[in-house]
Design a protein around this ligand. Sequence first.
Ligand SMILES: Cc1ncc(C[n+]2csc(CCOP(=O)(O)OP(=O)(O)O)c2C)c(N)n1
Length: 285
Amino acid sequence: MAELADFRTPIKPVWCPGCGNFGILAALRGGLADSGLEPHQFMIVSGIGCHGAVIQYINVNGFHSIHGRTLPVATGIRLANHELKVIAISGDGDGYGIGMGHFIHAMRRNLDITYIVHNNKMYSLTTGQTSPTSDKGFSTKSTPFGSIEIAVNPLTLALSSGASFIARGFAGDPPHLRKLITEAITHKGFSLIDVLQPCVTFNKVNTNDFYKERVYKLEDEGYEPVDKAAAYERAVEWNSRVPIGVIYKEDRPTYEDEVVTIQDMPLVKRPVEGVDITRTMEQFM
Ligand SMILES: Cc1ncc(C[n+]2csc(CCOP(=O)(O)OP(=O)(O)O)c2C)c(N)n1
């Protein structure tokens, strides 16, 4: 069985010292190891942003996609070979900004994909502009007088779009996030983990201390993630208390379950000998 060390690469992360991405990377490696699968069984797709480099630091199959397109790439991979465990990784700008349409459609399809979003509530790779999760009034170099837009709530959006596993993690608590990641990988269906990720360089409001003072674990309160109405109540909580843990979970058929042409075997395993593509090729000549 694969061990934690099998998921490491010799490449050293280039993130800023103290970046929340280090905690997420440690949790992700641990979550992959705990799932009981081998490195070659995973495919990780990352997007554009500071988080995007993550695939270089994990020893599994990887694809660095373009801005906002992690989910369509992950969808294609999953439908071509649904024996692969597919994990898509985005930043909040990548996933909830340019990738927003894909996010909603992937959830309503309930593809069996794990989606981890490094949510630092701003664009960091491009040196600190507002993102869709920046709070109203948040001041950045693109909004020096404070953002005048309200923030997107990824959790309520996921609840209304049909994601079948919805959780929030915190980069400052890697052991807890590790468990969430293993649970999400094991879940059959679309799983979202929105991860609170302090950006030590550009976000001076949502710092590690900001979260440490506020986060509480849903499971510590005996919360059961089965009731959608109760999940909405927790999902909108963003004041002196901020919940982390599994907010909602349900079992329903995945997209792959309902695509009849891949029921007997993955598309990549279909024999291609005897398939004549001459007529199709002629149309492109
Ligand atoms: C189509 C496209 N638009 C814009 C950019 C520029 N760009 C690169 S990274 C980035 C922001 C990334 O922010 P986020 O997804 O929140 O990730 P973070 O860097 O905060 O981890 C932007 C706007 C790009 N590379 N491609």
